[in-house]
Design a protein around this ligand. Structure first.
Ligand SMILES: *[C@@H]1O[C@H](CO)[C@@H](O)[C@H](O)[C@H]1NC(C)=O
Ligand SMILES: *[C@@H]1O[C@H](CO)[C@@H](O)[C@H](O)[C@H]1NC(C)=O
Ligand SMILES: *[C@@H]1O[C@H](CO)[C@@H](O)[C@H](O)[C@H]1NC(C)=O
Ligand SMILES: *[C@@H]1O[C@H](CO)[C@@H](O)[C@H](O)[C@H]1NC(C)=O
Ligand SMILES: *[C@@H]1O[C@H](CO)[C@@H](O)[C@H](O)[C@H]1NC(C)=O
Ligand SMILES: *[C@@H]1O[C@H](CO)[C@@H](O)[C@H](O)[C@H]1NC(C)=O
Ligand SMILES: *[C@@H]1O[C@H](CO)[C@@H](O)[C@H](O)[C@H]1NC(C)=O
Ligand SMILES: *[C@@H]1O[C@H](CO)[C@@H](O)[C@H](O)[C@H]1NC(C)=O
Ligand SMILES: *[C@@H]1O[C@H](CO)[C@@H](O)[C@H](O)[C@H]1NC(C)=O
Ligand SMILES: *[C@@H]1O[C@H](CO)[C@@H](O)[C@H](O)[C@H]1NC(C)=O
Ligand SMILES: *[C@@H]1O[C@H](CO)[C@@H](O)[C@H](O)[C@H]1NC(C)=O
Ligand SMILES: *[C@@H]1O[C@H](CO)[C@@H](O)[C@H](O)[C@H]1NC(C)=O
Length: 385
């Protein structure tokens, strides 16, 4: 049988075409794998695989689609995904559309930077890393990061995680980069997941694409950082304290057709609990370099947000110029102060026309699938089904 060209193209690119119901797979049953795609691997205490990484390492290094179901528990390990073919990780749950009821935690604790060990790259610290090679995952410095050999292949074209929490609990305050997730040279989607750290929780680096749907992402300092492209949809952004900004993005010339940046949509930014005294203190973001681009759109802001919105990198090194996009579009809530934003001369309050080029996933994610096969086939467009 000849597959329709679009499906054949997706399969060739390693993007799985889902023909199963992920909720049936995730639902607890006597045989946990009931409802899962054929050959789904099982991870759990006393099961064939007791760690997520051992299951990942058993997968063939090719473009076949692969699935892994993870039983409730705390897994203390780093998870690294290098293979090109699609990998879907599922956390077992009775509440597949409710992140707050997740029962699978993947936990690691490490940090780097001045407070810990400034000679180590941040890449060492991440709980989850999706990247084809170590060098492609490193943060490095400068607009293009650590050099990556020109023959480095694109990594995973379709990584998805459902109902998993990724935690880096090195310390319970910001003391240097402590990543919960790191994405480079890869397409990744996170549905009903949680990411918890204090500093640099989410890193989307070189040629990294990441989509987050109904997640909770928690941090204190610069907790969305990188120079790839990230879209946060209908999620909870939790302030565990203030420091730096919520976003600390930079611009690069290695993102090809992508509109690199971090785009936070239809979400809620609020402090972790009522005992935190943060009123008017937390910045929406600050520029890692002058090409920073982040937009909070249609997002509720609690009263923790600084009246001016965004801030300079620092007083002595502002890193702001006419190329800097630190923007909002139709935000609301007690953290939205139109007067103070206008006076700030740093926060761009976008018009509909200014916002339009960034208003959908199709517009911002262009690489590596620009063209006939559709650039966002790796995004689950109907994750609640
Ligand atoms: C577990 O391992 C055994 C022995 O290798 C194999 O027969 C079985 O199919 C595996 N089960 C699962 C769920 O992977
Ligand atoms: C996986 O395959 C790719 C392409 O053949 C190769 O570059 C890479 O080194 C392989 N990775 C591993 C871990 O074997
Ligand atoms: C599992 O990890 C969570 C999050 O760190 C923690 O709250 C919980 O106590 C841990 N549970 C067990 C059984 O260790
Ligand atoms: C962090 O990871 C690096 C590299 O694996 C290791 O050398 C270091 O000891 C770890 N630090 C902590 C605090 O665990
Ligand atoms: C920092 O990490 C490097 C590389 O692992 C190691 O050689 C060095 O001893 C570490 N320094 C400290 C102060 O821990
Ligand atoms: C994951 O990658 C990091 C960075 O290279 C490395 O320190 C760690 O040992 C890797 N962990 C596993 C389980 O492969
Ligand atoms: C990785 O990057 C380091 C530092 O830039 C470099 O010394 C090393 O040769 C690179 N390794 C590979 C395999 O490209
Ligand atoms: C409130 O949140 C902070 C940051 O996560 C945490 O350290 C603190 O323990 C929490 N306090 C309460 C009362 O839950
Ligand atoms: C990107 O910028 C770096 C550093 O400024 C420069 O070395 C490199 O040639 C540029 N690459 C392209 C494709 O413009
Ligand atoms: C803005 O970016 C353009 C294109 O990279 C560059 O030519 C220009 O010099 C930049 N403007 C400033 C003020 O740095
Ligand atoms: C909004 O900002 C203006 C100007 O900084 C300030 O005077 C006013 O008190 C602020 N309003 C609220 C509700 O915080
Ligand atoms: C800041 O003021 C300058 C000069 O009036 C103006 O060109 C620029 O657009 C303003 N920037 C923002 C973000 O409001």
């Amino acid at each position: 049988m000849r597959l329709p060209a679009i499906i054949a193209g997706l399969l060739e690119a390693g993007v799985a075409v889902a023909s199963f119901n992920r909720r049936a797979c995730q639902h607890p049953t006597r045989n946990p794998l009931d409802g899962c795609p054929k050959n789904t691997l099982l991870v759990g205490p006393g099961r064939n695989f007791t760690t997520v990484q051992s299951a990942i390492l058993s997968l063939p290094n090719n473009t076949s689609p692969q699935h892994i179901l993870i039983l409730p528990g705390n897994y203390t390990e780093q998870v690294n995904v290098t293979r090109p073919g699609s990998v879907y990780l599922f956390g077992q749950t009775q509440h597949p559309n409710d992140q707050s009821k997740n029962s699978v935690n993947i936990i690691w604790r490490n940090a780097t930077g001045a407070g810990v060990n400034s000679t180590l790259d941040n890449a060492y610290t991440s709980t989850l890393t999706v990247a084809p090679t170590f060098n492609s995952s490193t943060t490095g410095s400068g607009p293009t990061g650590n050099p990556v050999p020109a023959n480095t292949p694109f990594g995973n074209v379709d990584f998805r995680a459902y109902n998993l929490n990724f935690i880096n609990d090195y310390k319970n305050y910001a003391t240097g980069p402590a990543l919960a997730v790191s994405v480079s040279y890869a397409n990744t989607g996170f549905y009903f997941c949680g990411f918890y750290s204090y500093q640099d929780t989410v890193y989307v680096g070189k040629l990294g694409n990441a989509y987050f749907y109904k997640n909770e992402i928690a941090g204190q300092t610069d907790f969305f950082y990188g120079f790839g492209t990230a879209w946060i949809q209908s999620s909870l952004v939790t302030l565990r304290n203030c420091g730096g900004g919520i976003t600390a993005w930079k611009g690069t010339n290695t993102t090809f057709e992508n509109k690199y940046g971090v785009y936070i949509h239809d979400s809620k930014v609020q402090k972790a609990n009522s005992s935190l005294a943060l009123t008017g203190k937390c910045a929406l973001g600050r520029p890692w370099n002058a090409l920073h681009r982040s937009i909070f759109a249609n997002t509720y802001l609690d009263d923790s947000i600084l009246p001016s919105g965004y801030i300079d990198w620092s007083k002595t090194d502002p890193r702001v110029n006419s190329n800097t996009t630190m923007a909002e579009y139709k935000d609301y809530g007690p953290g939205w102060n139109a007067t103070a934003r206008a006076q700030s001369n740093i926060t761009i309050v976008m018009s509909e026309k200014q916002y339009e080029p960034y208003s959908s996933v199709e517009k911002v994610f262009q690489y590596p699938f620009s063209g006939k096969f559709g650039n966002v086939a790796w995004i689950d467009r109907d994750p609640e089904r």
